[in-house]
Each structure stands twice: as C-alpha cells, then as structure tokens.
Design a protein around this ligand. Sequence first.
Ligand code: TYD
Length: 208
Amino acid sequence: MAGRFLVMEGIDGSGKSSQVERLRHWLPRSGLMPPGAKLLVTREPGGTQVGEQVCPILLNPRLAVHRRAELLLFAADRAQHVEAKICPALREGHWVLSDRFSGSTVAYQGYGQGCDLELIHTLEQVATGGLTPDLTLWFDLPPQQARARKPPGRQDRFEGAGLEFTQRVAQGFQRLAMERGWWRIPAGEPRGAVEAAVQAACHSAFAT
Ligand code: TYD
C-alpha cells in the first residue's frame, strides 16, 4: 500500500492522546509526507460508525461482558476499522495515525485479562487482514504515574480495573515493544520532550 500507517500504544493516562493531537498538526507540515497525501487521524475502539455503536458496550463498567465476548467485540471493531477506513486511505496514498491498534488487545485482553495469547494472535490476523503498522510509538510510563495523572471521576471499565491489572497491561506493552520493534517514547518526560521524541521517531522512520 502506498500510504503510511502509524500507531500509538500505551496504558491509559500515558499521554498518547494529547500527542496524537500534536502530531495531527505537525506531521502534515513536517515535510515527511509526500505532496497530495493527507493525514487521517483515527482511534480504536470506535473509529467508524459501526465502532461507535460497539464502543459503549465495551467500555460500560456496568455491563458484564464475558472476556471472550469482549475479545470478539474488539476484533469486530478492528475489522470494520481496517476495511472501511484504514485500508481505503492507505490505498489512496494517504497516511493514517491511529490512537491504539491490535497491540492493545494483546496487552489488555491477553496480558491484562488472561485471554489465550494464541487465540488473540489468530484473531489479530483475521481482524487486521495482515495489515501491520509502519511505525508504532509505545508511550512508556509506570502505572502509578499514569494513575496520578488521571483526574478523579468516572472511569471506563479498563481504567477502573485496578493497579495490578494495569501493571500486567504495562508489562504486556513492554514485551510487545521488544518483540515487535516498537519505538519507545519516554512518556514521563515533560510534554515538550515527549513531543520532540515523537517527532524524532517519525524522522527516523520516514525521512528519505
Ligand atoms: P481509549 O479510547 O484509549 O481510552 P480513553 O478515551 O480513556 O483514552 O481506550 C478505551 C479503553 O479500551 C482503554 O482502557 C483500553 C481499552 N482497549 C482494550 O482493552 N483493548 C483494545 O483492543 C483496545 C483498542 C482498547
């Protein structure tokens, strides 16, 4: 495919969503994208109309969704996202930036919830159709620090799952980063330094 696919991964509160917004403005002006290419910014779960319907089921802490059902719902959301949004844009030569992708399922449902990792990898192939990111930025932040950053108030199912759960998820991300060659972003640094690290990663991956 002609375009480029970038993904940001990390635990809740690691600061990736605010860096997605900064990249949204910086990347098209960076000189890295070819003329005519647009940047499509999207997210999982919920990057499509279908995904927006699935999202409230997945994130509602009052719904007792079985973990295998949860796994399949994330996979369904992803399949729709890949088919209806990501691949069409990449085929047109556009660039896609997604706040989370299939690594989140390995980390949250696999390492966090204890779902079978082989099953997750099989489902990953089905949901992505074999699409892999050109660059994944891993926002590395200790769970205690991430928790301290989140304002108190209503939490979704995963944010409310407790520190031990988040620690397992964080270990999952660390492992994935090693196995899949993700780019580590030291997310505990001041915001400007994090932004500089994100831009350096993009230059290193895409400058010709
Ligand atoms: P996210 O949209 O990043 O949360 P927020 O809007 O609060 O930044 O993700 C929602 C939650 O879904 C988050 O806790 C991580 C979880 N999640 C999974 O458990 N598995 C997945 O495959 C994905 C994509 C997200």
